[in-house]
Write a protein that binds this ligand. Sequence first.
Ligand code: SF4
Ligand SMILES: [Fe+2]
Length: 341
Amino acid sequence: MADPKKIAPGNIDGDFFVDTTCISCGNCRDLAPENFAKLGGYYVISKQPQTKLELKQVIDALICCPLGSVGTTNPELKHEIAQSISRFPELIEKDVYYLGFNSAQSFGGKSYFIKHPDGNWMVDSPKYSPRLVKFIEEHGGLQNIFLTHRDDVAEAREYAQKFRAKRFIHQADLEAQKDAEIVFSGIEVFNPHLQFKIIPTPGHTMGHSMLLYDEKFLFSGDVFTSCTYTCDAIEAWPPFYCWQSWDEQTKSIARLLSFNFEYMLPSHGKRLYRTQNEMKEALKQCLSNCQNEKDPDPVTLARAIAFDEIALWAKQSGQNDYAKFALKKAESIRQKLNSEG
Ligand code: SF4
Ligand SMILES: [Fe+2]
């Protein structure tokens, strides 16, 4: 629960606040774009909710915050908050759900659920929560867990054990889930089912991959965001967040142009719906922007520190190769900074 004694600096006074446990994952802003904004190292309440819709969205953000960093000082809202929990998992369309209950272990990334007659799927892992376990049981269990990349495995193992589900992960990111049942490799498309395509998209990490369902839903992991919260263009996350290679990621985006889809469902960032043609045009523009990126491998102290933090997190989660890779990256950035004086 968020602590009113630890309110982060910059919150606008009112019923809701963000405290200093915030890890700046941005999920609150994805869910309530009018009311949250980044300020320094934290997201804060930039505007207290003023309409019913804003109130609903801020409560959604409160429920889905991976750290429980969003709180309220208004006891009268507690009943409403308890009721709102029943909104999750949230149906997106047809048989695809946003699960909510984002996990801090995957830096607050979103995870999804697909109900399918030949076996249900989870994409990346939320917190292991009794509410989600019950939801999955009521929807026919869980047969497949697709892991987009090493950063977002969270509690996938617990879900796999509980439901005897098969976990899919790319060989290059296997260290994050060594006992995964299905391991694919290379950059060729892997078809586990007629309606599901696994598309390796290296760049953000070496094993980053996307899942395309029914030529409609693209579960896009950590490559794309939408450029701002008022505009629907697609952008790749800035080079700062590209942990393997911007060039590789750009090639991956170019390969995506041969696929059709209407929904882009990212791990971090806003959900996007477009017609297939509109999506393709937006993707072409995104590709062109990536190809023209002037600073594809930023050499800054902030990025070296980001790699230090990844190394620490990777070590703590037993991903030793990833920890070594991140430390080496941090060291090489520092060397370049020193040589530039
Ligand atoms: S969802 Fe929670 S942890 Fe993530 S940015 Fe918002 S307040 Fe911070
Ligand atoms: Fe990631």
